[in-house]
Design a protein around this ligand. Structure first.
Ligand code: PLP
Length: 231
């Protein structure tokens, strides 16, 4: 084929089909479009994808108005409090909530925008210190407050986690299983806070099969759909 655009679209379609075919029907797919162009997002949208994930507030803020309004934008990276206002008017689900301060700011901005924002609580499950997320004490402190009605403009929809970056798949499996267990048992202890829990976001291109096996029902996949970043 001589048209490079057609070649790109054909490759994308093939990879997208392969990723979807590997997912059981109850697992929702967030296509991670960080660093991808508006044209690349548009091409995947044309194939039917509606959930897209971004990591950088400025990049998302720039892309969003250039793309179809029915895209559900997921913010999947670490979100700084002072960047919340950039995305609060349209973001669908914030995956990596890791502090009360961030919840305070999201709630305030949701109220100001006259809308509700969905959130997932990120539990720190990896061995790496560098990864963000709540430890058990901080997670439970948040749920205690939520049980009493805190953050009324936010919808607590579930949890998110990122495994250690390692070749040791047994380790990755253990981390995902631990989070799945937490996700299943917290509603017993905090029934009101967790009443809306229906989402467990775990798994990326390399570890999605292990995550799904452990109980994930939402995966965040970039490379396996779009190809290597920066290529
Ligand atoms: C980049 C990223 C992904 C997707 O990673 P791939 O390896 O490209 O699938 C998923 N989740 C988070 C939080 C990310 O930053």
């Amino acid at each position: 084929m001589s048209d490079p655009g057609m070649t790109y679209a054909a490759g994308l379609s093939e990879r997208y089909d392969r990723v979807k075919a590997a997912l059981p029907p109850h697992v929702r797919l967030v296509a991670v479009s960080k660093t991808r162009s508006v044209e690349e997002v548009q091409a995947l949208y044309a194939l039917g994808q509606r959930d897209f994930g971004e990591n950088y507030p400025q990049e998302l803020k720039t892309k969003q108005p250039l793309l179809p309004a029915d895209i559900r934008w997921h913010f999947i990276g670490h979100l700084q409090t002072n960047k919340v206002k950039m995305i609060a008017g349209f973001v669908h689900l914030v995956h990596a909530v890791d502090s009360q301060r961030l919840l305070d700011e999201l709630d305030k901005r949701a109220e100001a925008a006259g809308r509700r924002i969905g959130v997932l609580l990120q539990r720190h499950i990896a061995r790496e210190e560098s990864k963000h997320g709540l430890d058990e004490a901080k997670l439970e402190a948040i749920l205690v407050l939520r049980e009493q009605g805190a953050w009324p403009h936010l919808d607590f929809q579930g949890m998110m986690g990122m495994a250690t970056l390692t070749e040791d798949l047994g380790q990755v499996q253990q981390e995902f299983e631990g989070l799945a267990e937490t996700y299943r048992t917290l509603p017993l202890k905090y029934p009101r806070a967790c009443a809306g829990f229906d989402t467990l976001s775990m798994g990326m291109s390399d570890d999605a099969p292990i995550a799904v096996e452990a109980g994930s029902n939402m995966v965040r996949i970039g490379t396996a759909i779009f190809g290597p970043r920066g290529a």
